[in-house]
Write a protein that binds this ligand. Structure first.
Ligand SMILES: [Zn+2]
Length: 294
């Protein structure tokens, strides 16, 4: 019996002696476990080269590289926006349907409207040509301001159907017999901005499109059309991107916000603006929290 108590006593004493070590070990294990599950520290990746440009798109990496090899003269920024706009493919290759619900509709040599696309809200301009309601309203405001400045505008062409564009283009082809030449001044059917109902060709006081830029109307439109939401879509400095010759008479309605922003930014190509300011937003400069008073 005595031995039994002695053994029991020894076990108790043993336990009391060992338990602090067990508790310590347990706590140490818990701590180690916590260390393991702690979230890894997020190290922000520092992007360099093309990837540092805010409108860079990861899935186009190979195309940027290929385009850069072909055009070593271009700045990194130009490589990226031009590839994003699809300019690394020749005109009329890799044609995709134009997105008629986009905030800024792009119709060009890469994005086409279907043969049955007709804008919903066509209304007549004073010349009888049709345009979308918004375009027509903006045109009316511009026309009134031009009149006050002593300029007389005439919308000689605005909305065109797919069929009419097809006839126009084929007639030019018959006349000139040179696809490459005709492509510089006439859009293939489905690729004309006139089918959007947002493009207008203007005649000035000389009554000839080719001379529009030399008329007082041409000069006035160049300086003022942005106030009413229009841009001169095809200019000498963007021929390589649009594929069209300088057309000072062809205005496109994009809205006052975009037209004004493009003017302020010095961007003449709509595709460039869309890549840099609509498809992507430039990073905003965070305002400093520091107070400026003493
Ligand atoms: Zn036109």
């Amino acid at each position: 019996m005595k031995t039994k108590y002695l053994t029991f006593g020894c076990v108790i004493v043993g336990c009391l002696l060992v338990s602090p070590f067990l508790v310590h070990n347990y706590l140490a294990q818990q701590e180690a476990a916590q260390e393991v599950v702690a979230p890894p520290q997020v190290v922000e990746e520092v992007k360099t080269g093309l990837a540092a440009i805010y409108y860079y798109e990861e899935d186009k990496a190979d195309r940027y590289t290929a385009y850069q090899e072909l055009h070593p003269e271009l700045a990194d920024e130009d490589i990226v926006w031009q590839v994003n706009a699809g300019l690394d493919a020749p005109f009329y290759e890799n044609i995709q349907p134009a997105d008629t619900t986009a905030p800024c509709l792009i119709v060009n040599k890469y994005y086409a409207l279907s043969a049955d696309y007709v804008p919903e809200d066509l209304v007549a301009l004073p010349s009888g040509k049709k345009a979308t309601r918004e375009t027509a309203e903006a045109y009316a405001a511009m026309d009134a301001a031009a009149k006050e400045a002593g300029c007389k505008l005439y919308a000689t062409s605005a909305y065109r159907t797919y069929e009419y564009q097809n006839t126009l283009y084929n007639n030019y082809l018959k006349r000139d017999g040179d696809v490459a030449l005709v492509d510089t001044y006439s859009a293939r059917p489905g690729h004309s901005e006139h089918q959007t109902g947002m493009a207008i060709d203007l005649l000035g006081s000389f009554g000839v499109l080719r001379d529009f830029k030399d008329t007082p109307e041409g000069a006035w439109v160049k300086e003022n059309c942005y106030k009413y939401g229009f841009i001169i879509r095809y200019q000498a400095d963007n021929e390589n991107y649009t594929g069209y010759q300088d057309e000072p008479w062809h205005i496109r309605y994009v809205g006052v916000e975009i037209a004004t922003a493009m003017r302020e930014l010095g961007i003449t190509t709509l595709e460039e603006y869309v890549v840099k300011y609509i498809d992507h937003q430039p990073p905003t400069v965070e305002a400093t929290a520091e107070s400026t008073d003493c």
